[in-house]
Ligand binder design. Structure first.
Ligand code: SAH
Length: 253
């Protein structure tokens, strides 16, 4: 965060910032410092609106949902003008985020002053809302088939289910792909996971209208789940204890 040094250099720099679920309390100090040190903050429209509430006086530029690579290129263009740029991502910037494409474009722009700032990913912030579902081995699978073929996703879901992992599903539902979540649940049931397995979801974590529900694997099929929701499927050690979703760790309690 050495702004002085940067000012002596005609090149700017890029922070790729994971800002956590959406509330300031769940941002890291590194993320706050990066945003404060930035001349311009770039991101998806919804995230820019969240950030504007925290830092109303900053310069912002938002780009729509599907224009991720244009968004990354814009960061390099602004950095080439000598600006300190923060590209903001929800949760962690390296988990289904923009850190990877930014690092992949660095040679093209010959700009390597790039710092990745980690953030609290939805599995972690949502897990805390539900209780302690991720106590032991778990895995994360995105149901988005925009960049990953559905056959690959199916293979990974089968492996997660047969491996006995607690599984966190990102991108569980969208208007154009409403059936994927139910297909995923059927894969778990077909792999022998009980339809009564304690599971849960959290919507709008850390944002207005946060809500969560603990329910069974089968009940997830008819739950009100959208693209701002993270889904948790328990395993054989997962129980509901005082309305919390808890995966036991093998301690004798
Ligand atoms: N980089 C992000 C994930 C981006 S993929 C992270 O590390 O959390 C987008 C998916 O993440 C959403 O479809 C949803 O499943 C999950 N997600 C991200 N932020 C969320 C939030 N505040 N509340 C609930 N789910 C969230």
């Amino acid at each position: 965060m050495e702004r002085k040094i940067l000012k002596e250099d005609s090149m700017g720099k890029i922070f790729v910032v994971g800002f956590g679920p959406g509330n300031k309390e769940n941002m890291t100090i590194d993320a706050l410092n990066a945003i404060e040190a930035s001349d311009i903050i770039i991101g998806y429209t919804v995230y820019i609106e969240l950030m504007k509430k925290m830092y109303p006086l900053k310069e912002y530029q938002s780009t729509p949902m599907r224009s991720e690579i244009e968004r990354c290129r814009l960061c390099f263009e602004k950095a080439k003008e000598g600006k300190v740029v923060s590209l903001i991502c929800s949760g962690d910037a390296g988990i289904y985020g923009m850190a990877s494409p930014v690092l992949s474009l660095a040679d093209e722009y010959d700009l390597h002053d790039i710092t990745i700032i980690p953030g609290v990913t939805a599995a972690v912030s949502g897990g805390a809302v539900l209780g302690s579902p991720l106590t032991s081995d778990f895995c994360v699978v995105s149901l988005s088939n925009a960049l990953t073929p559905w056959e690959v996703i199916v293979k990974r879901l089968k492996a997660a289910a047969s491996g006995g992992f607690v599984t966190v599903l990102y991108n569980p539902r969208s208007k154009t792909r409403p059936g994927l979540l139910n297909e995923a649940i059927d894969i778990f049931i077909n792999e022998g996971v009980s339809k009564d397995t304690p599971s849960g979801y959290v919507k709008n974590i850390g944002r207005d209208k946060q809500e969560y529900k603990i329910l069974t694997l089968e009940e997830l099929k008819t739950a009100d789940i959208d693209m701002f929701t993270t889904v948790f499927i328990g395993n054989e050690e997962t129980e509901v204890i005082n309305d919390r979703l808890v995966t036991r760790r093998g301690y004798k309690i």
